[in-house]
Design a binder for this molecule. Sequence first.
Ligand code: 6PG
Length: 260
Amino acid sequence: MPLVLRNQPESSLRIFRDLEELARGAADHFCALAGRTTAMQGSFTVALAGGNTPRKCYRLLAQAPWKDRVEWSRVHIFWGDERCVPPDHPESNYSMAMREWLSHVELPGENIHRMPGEFPDREEAARTYEESLRAFFRHQGREWPQFDLVLLGMGEDGHVASLFPGSAALADNRRWVVPVKAPKPPRERLTLTLNVLNGAACITFLVSGQEKAGMLQRVLEAGKEKDPLPATLVCPRRGSLVWMIDQPASAKLRVGGKAT
Ligand code: 6PG
C-alpha cells in the first residue's frame, strides 16, 4: 500500500526492495496508466527521463509481458530533457531510450518526438521543440501542455530533468523548453521547464541507490527552504505525484524502508 506524502494529498510513495523490483513496479505503473488513459482519451503522452535509473524499466517495457500490454500506436513519446549531442551519441537520452526500448516495440516513427539536441544554436533547438509541443497539444485541443505522464529521476543535488539548483530556468514561467548549462558534463542541455512538468496528469519519480538517500530525505521530509531544490518544486497542479524508490534510497526516511 503506497504511503501518502504529507501536504500532497495526490501523492504516494512506493518503496521497492531493489532497483530490479523498482523497474518492474515502474513498468507495471506505465502499462496500467497507458491502458487507462488510452481507453479514456484514445492516446497517451509521456515525457521520458534520462540518466541510468530508468534504463532497467525501459528494458522491461521492450519485453513480454509489458510490451504486449500497451497499444503502442496510441503512445506519444517526448523527452523531459536532452543533452546537446547527436542522437546517436552514447550520452543522448534519446539514444538510450531507443536502444533499450523504443526500437523494440511497434511504435510509429511519427510518435517519437525527439529533442533536437544536435542543433548548434541551442536557443533555436529549444524554440523548435517548444513549437512542436505547442502544435501537438493544440491538435489535442489544449493551449497548455498536459503530459499524461512525466517520468523523472533525481540527481544527488536534487536536480530534475536538466533543472539544476540555482538555475534561472527554475523561475522561467513563460517558455516551455530552455537551453541550460549543467554543472556536470554534458554541460549543454535542453530541458522542459517546471511549468510544463507540473502541468502533467501524473509525475513519477524513479529514484534508486544509497547515494540518493540524503537528498531524498531532504526533499520529502525537510521543511520549507529559502531556495527550494528543483525536486521540491515538482508539484503537479492538478495531477498526481508518485515516488517510486528502492530501499537503499529510502534509508534516511522516517517512514522506514518497508518494501511494498
Ligand atoms: C539526465 C536526466 C537527469 C537524471 C538525474 C538522475 O539527462 O541525466 O534527465 O535528470 O534523471 O541526473 O540520474 P540517474 O538516474 O542516472 O541517477
